[in-house]
Design a protein around this ligand. Structure first.
Ligand code: MG
Ligand code: MG
Length: 253
């Protein structure tokens, strides 16, 4: 069942998602060669709790941390560790929070030092594909329109789209219906309705689209070990332009 949110619920979701956005910016300030992802996880957990939030991922299906930190060929669900980041890495940081009963969920891929031109291009095109998806996330359009917009942008740039992992509805639960694939056919899937809140989160690979899971039971990585990028924003569907509830502004400005 897809839950339609009231205007009041959307404001609560905006507060949760903006807290995640600010947390990602705090984490971003600390990202540099030599830092490990356990340190980043500590920064995020403290910031969330200091602002009245409860880490949304910690303990979710047994996940052991506040952040998912996924480096280079890791696509998503990487577990923070003592391993140091290196100059030239790219790091997807995914963060969730529960605040006043509603979840925020957003992700950003950060450069560590100076990544190579081809890594930077993957980041830029993945970020752009997210905004192509948001552009068509309008009441009356269909879910497949979002997937099509993301997929066609990513594939035009020569990249591939992860199929097994998808975006999702967001509300009192971290993952609600519907699933929001990053690939699809125009005009297919359920119709978007005013008051739906969804997370759009393309995971775009430089090489093959195929992925596998590490023995840790969490980390998803590309089978060809080429890099992957991941960006996520939460949006509320309206009759016009989507109301974007999280933002990259705190990170980028
Ligand atoms: Mg998500
Ligand atoms: Mg997320």
């Amino acid at each position: 069942m897809i839950l339609i949110k009231t205007a009041e619920e959307i404001e609560l979701l905006r507060a949760s998602n903006l807290l995640v956005s600010r947390t990602l910016a705090e984490v971003g300030k600390a990202i540099k060669p030599g830092v490990n992802t356990l340190k980043l996880d500590k920064i995020a957990e403290e910031y969330l709790r200091d602002h009245g939030g409860i880490p949304g991922f910690l303990g979710y299906n047994g996940f052991p941390a506040t952040l998912c930190t996924s480096r280079n060929d890791e696509v998503v669900h990487g577990i923070p560790s003592a391993r140091e980041l290196k100059d030239g890495d790219i790091l997807s940081v995914d963060c969730g929070v529960k605040l006043h009963g509603y979840f925020g969920d957003s992700a950003y891929t950060f450069p560590v030092g100076e990544p190579s031109e081809d890594y930077r291009s993957l980041m830029v095109q993945t970020r752009e594909s997210l905004f192509k998806g948001i552009e068509v996330a309008v009441a009356g359009n269909r879910l497949g329109d979002i997937g099509y917009a993301i997929q066609s942008h990513a594939e035009k740039a020569g990249y591939s789209v992860v199929r097994e992992m998808v975006g999702h509805g967001l509300g009192k639960n971290l993952h609600e219906e519907p699933e929001v694939p990053n690939y699809g056919r125009r005009g297919s899937g359920i119709k978007l309705k005013e008051g739906m809140v969804i997370c759009i989160e393309p995971m775009i690979n430089m090489g093959t689209r195929f992925i596998e899971q590490d023995k840790d039971g969490w980390t998803i990585r590309t089978t060809d070990r080429k890099p992957s990028a991941h960006y996520e924003l939460a949006v509320a569907i309206t009759k016009g332009e989507a109301d974007v509830l999280s933002t990259f502004e705190y990170i980028e400005n």
